[in-house]
Design a protein around this ligand. Sequence first.
Ligand SMILES: [Zn+2]
Length: 490
Amino acid sequence: MRACFVFDPEAWRLPEARHAVEVVASLLEVRWRCAVQGAEVSPGEPIVFVGRPAGAPPDAAAVVPLEGWPRWVPSSLEVATFEGEPLPCPGGDLGEAGDSCRLPQVWLRAIGFLIQRDEEFLDSRRDQWECFSGFTTRLEALGILDRPLVNLYAAQLARRLAAWFVRRQVTPPALPRWKDGARFAVALTHDVDDVQRYSLRGAWRLLRLARSPSSYALRGGVSMALRTLRRRPRRGDPYWNFDRWAAEESRHGLRSTFFFCPPEPSRRHENDAFYRMTDPVEFEGARMPLAGMLRLLAERGFEIGLHGSYLSHRSAEELARQKAQVEAAAGREIRGVRQHFLRFDAGRTWAAQECAGLSYDSTLGYNEAIGFRAGIAAPFHPWDPEARGPRRLIELPLTVMDGALFRTLKLDAASAVRRVREHLERVESAGGLAVLLWHPNAAAEHLFPGWWRCYAETLEYLASRRVWIATAGEIAEWWRAREERARGPE
Ligand SMILES: [Zn+2]
């Protein structure tokens, strides 16, 4: 038994609408399929009709009105409310509002607007790193960036299906959203930007990238050289704290993903990491080359991913090369990527990553804001505007970064802990996925006051919840397998 999304022929000809339906359907906890009106539907299948409401069958479990796919101008969006949840739409006008069966006129278009990242194609503003910024998104202006909107809309649809099942007195086989009946999921991730605070070699590498007297590489290189020369005592390094992350997570029975930068990008930008896989690091009580630590982390069950270099986010060839470099160091295949500085081009980055053989990305978040860039707290297949269809690649949207809490919001440890908890409560009540990013060097507490404490207390808090915590790769894999179950043969 499965839900059947029946499209009228006109709606069926809109691939954007089909994609939006597929993403929202993937959040349901029942199996489902899509069909065009006229296809055979078995009597046990609840129908979710998509198209002109007048054409809906009388016993439809839900009706998703759809007439065309109008262009939405981001600045025209205001918040309307439907069943207690905010719904951004032009002028805040729901059109024909919904009822116990029908959803509002703008419902599906809003989902498309969010997940297909319309505003990133329509709004050309970018920040100093050429990123579409958390200050630019209309969702921030409307105060709804930290609401997992698409999950909330999926719940509105799920309630209609549940009512249909109750009327028929049937119980559909459950399709749990997360492993082991967890209410929500959390991916733990780390971007490894720095592995040594003190290194003359590192200072020299940075200085060589300096292109002008005002460049970051010059300032960074000089200050690194000076602090290395002045350092007393000359042992160890405050950034050699990978043990601490591994121990804290292992203590809770958890594993995380470490995204490592490629040692030799074809073109290096001054914002790039400058470590090499031969650089020294201390791990598990021994001094070893960085590559040795990657292998040990992988052996201990941590995932190694690629932290694509600053200039790699539009190049499949370059990402493939970088993937191979980190694979050679780690001695195993890499499936996931996050771009350094979250550099991301909605028209090209996913395409490049997919072509490079990567199976998931976790870049889609903001450097300066907490919340859901695509309005969704779950893995999803991004939209490919050229092919007008879903991509194979899975996106795990990044939702909280340490820097956003402590640098942009300038929170102290206690407020940051509260802010993360609020975020997690929203994700939990929406049955969603939160993706946390803490930079490993932030465990040097005298240099990053509050950062470690916030992470440790967050893990402590999560230990009391019914949550599935895993590496990004495990969650992407679970989602793919679940898709098979949701849409595969009975
Ligand atoms: Zn980075």
